[in-house]
Design a protein around this ligand. Structure first.
Ligand code: RB5
Length: 189
């Protein structure tokens, strides 16, 4: 059996060719299905800092693979193994990279996403959003101009997490009535 994929722009034809034993009645069956390749909206974030604690290492790798394929420059700030580490250290690393202007936005992954979001939001220039679905990922960009996405690797499946990443990376801040509200988040008491 031979499998092949033929690409015509956004159309992919997935073909399967079955050839019978040479001395049997020879048969060939061509089974083609047509797939629509959804490339998604273009990424508005071009440079991204990402980090995880030990609870988020695998999801971090999946996110990096996906974003690199879509042309995003990704700064991977660790952690890389299963050894237990402290999430505030990694939230700080991503925050510093954004504050220093080395990345436009960040993604932080831990077991629940909660610790990372709390730690990242200690920095006044950071607006970190813990999201659980595509809509909340879109809204945190449209209304809150979030510059860090936080994900809970132990709470989300990979497909949902990657959908959140896609929405976060490709959705613009709406500005307008949201400008003043976002500005108020940086006011001191
Ligand atoms: C680590 O076990 C876990 O506490 C951490 O990944 C995160 O969920 C904290 O909020």
């Amino acid at each position: 059996m031979v499998r092949c994929i033929i690409l015509f722009g956004k159309l992919a034809v997935l073909g399967e060719l079955r050839v019978g034993r040479p001395n049997a009645i020879c048969y060939k069956a061509l089974n083609f299905s047509i797939l629509l390749l959804d490339e998604g909206k273009p990424m508005t974030v071009k440079t991204l800092a990402i980090a995880a604690d030990h609870g988020g290492v695998e999801l971090k790798s999946a996110i990096i693979d996906t974003l690199k394929k879509r042309g995003v420059e990704v700064l991977d700030l660790g952690t890389d193994g299963s050894a237990s580490v402290d999430y505030p250290d990694f939230a700080q690393a991503v925050a510093k990279t954004i504050i220093d202007g080395k990345a436009e936005a960040g993604i932080l992954v831990c077991g629940s996403g909660i610790g990372m979001s709390m730690a990242a939001n200690r920095y006044p220039q950071i607006r970190a959003a813990l999201v659980h679905d595509r809509l909340s990922a879109e809204l945190c960009r449209q209304h809150n101009n979030a510059n860090v996405l936080c994900l809970g690797a132990r709470l989300l499946g990979d497909a949902t997490a990657l959908d959140c990443v896609d929405a976060f990376m490709s959705t613009e801040f709406e500005g307008g009535r949201h400008e003043g509200r976002v500005a108020k988040m940086s006011c001191s008491v």
